[in-house]
Design a protein around this ligand. Structure first.
Ligand code: NAD
Length: 400
């Protein structure tokens, strides 16, 4: 049947990235022959050397295993696409500097590789897309005159938990045709039996609603935090009282920087889709993106910031991560660079920022410390300098 025409089970376009690579690794580990097509020469070289281009707990040993036994290869040559029965697309879909989504990012990437598409392939869109992109890709494929099944199966893992969640999370599968649905179901049943079938339009919104829901929850907690803090109250004491043996509020998050490569931009994608009338989404953006400004404003009222050296501990977008994309620690650094005498930064995991200093140097040279990312390493921090800790990592409260 179809599969005999191809010598590779899966190609992951964008497979050198944060979600494409873990997927490629687990599919290979479950017995599939997998190739990666990625435009990043650096990522491709590292992957072929069995080295992760970024930190993802548990993925390193599996990557080495599947590379050394020949089940996974990476390439910058798009012709590898022609060899694979299943073509999974998981390139980045950021919003631009004016917060506009780019619905053509995926079609553009596919167009560029289109000469390598073949009859009988299954195309799986896995990036988070602007609603309507699946339909756009269906038209593109039809215009190519190829017999290719198009599906949208969004990735829902969180960075840092990929190797657990790729097997544990249900998989949303969406296709306009029964054959497309059956083939995508067969592909993902290598990872889980827990499949959910919806239409492409439902799946596109399902993914955006998922991330936006989380972003709004963080914004709610951050607004509660600011409200309490403005009245001299410690939000963590209030949250502890609310959540104590009270299941209906058990999922209330603490305050903290809510950022990163997904939640913010996907809320903005949804806002654009809703003709910029998404009041709740925009409000969440103002609150979450405003938190660094709020903190600096509070500090400025109490302290002679202009005479102080401030150290930011943790530059990643979240605790335990080495990913600095859209990290609010950098926004905090920008604001403090304007207000304080000097700003020093450190992070135990981030490797891509040449300005980072060793923790000890930052502790010694700073007059004031702000925890930017709640890395576990800071839980045992010992210092006599004042520490702003909106995460309550040190257990001493979150008042600023
Ligand atoms: N990061 C997450 O936690 C997460 C979780 C779920 C879903 N997603 C979604 O997955 C998608 C990818 O996100 P990411 O964080 O892995 O991005 P990423 O930037 O880490 O990875 C994207 C990869 O695609 C490659 N690429 C870009 N254009 C290409 C092209 N035309 N052809 C081939 N390769 C190309 C890049 O070199 C990069 O290696 C996004 O839509 C994102 O919203 C991300």
């Amino acid at each position: 049947m179809l599969s005999t025409a191809f010598d590779t089970d899966v190609v992951v376009i964008g497979g050198g990235g944060h979600v494409g690579l873990p997927l490629a690794v687990v599919l290979a580990h479950r017995g599939a022959s997998v190739s990666i097509y990625d435009v990043s020469e650096e990522a491709v070289k590292l992957v072929n050397d069995g080295v992760l281009p970024f930190d993802e707990p548990g993925a390193g040993p599996l990557l080495q295993e599947v590379i050394s036994d020949g089940r996974l290869r990476a390439s910058t040559d798009p012709s590898v696409v022609a060899h694979a029965e299943n073509v999974v697309v998981v390139i980045g879909t950021p919003v631009d500097e004016h917060l506009n989504p780019d619905p053509h990012a995926i079609p553009r990437a596919l167009q560029a590789a289109s000469e390598h598409f073949r009859d009988g392939q299954l195309l799986v869109l896995r990036s988070t897309v602007y609603p309507g992109v699946t339909r756009l890709v269906e038209r593109l494929v039809a215009d190519l005159g190829k017999d290719i099944d198009v599906t949208f199966c969004p990735e829902r893992i969180a960075e840092g938990r990929a190797m657990v969640e790729l097997y544990a999370l249900p998989q949303i599968v969406a296709s306009r045709t029964q054959r497309g649905q059956d083939r995508a179901a067969a592909l993902f049943s290598r990872l889980t039996d827990n499949l959910v079938f919806v239409t492409p339009e439902e799946a596109e919104l399902a993914k955006l609603f998922t991330n936006t829901w989380r972003y709004i929850k963080f914004a709610t907690a951050n607004q509660f935090y600011m409200m309490a803090n403005d009245r001299g109250l410690d939000f963590e004491r209030i949250r502890a009282a609310i959540t104590h043996d009270y299941p209906r509020a058990a999922d209330m998050p603490g305050a903290g920087f809510a950022a990163g490569p997904c939640l913010f931009k996907d809320t903005m994608q949804l806002a654009a889709f809703d003709n910029n009338q998404f009041a709740l989404g925009h409000a969440a953006m103002l609150i979450n993106e405003g938190l660094p400004l709020y903190i600096v404003d509070r500090l400025e009222r109490r302290l002679p910031l202009a005479e102080m050296t401030v150290g930011i501990l943790g530059m990643a977008f979240k605790g335990g991560s080495d990913d600095i994309r859209s990290s609010l620690s950098y926004k905090l650094r920008r604001i403090l660079a304007f207000k304080a005498r000097e700003v020093l930064t450190t992070d135990p995991v981030v490797t891509v920022d040449p300005d980072l200093l060793p923790l000890q140097e930052v502790l010694e040279r700073s007059d004031l410390l702000v925890i930017g990312a709640p890395h576990e390493q800071y839980r045992t921090l010992r210092t006599d300098k004042p520490v702003v800790d909106i995460w309550n990592l040190l257990g001493a409260g979150v008042r600023v």
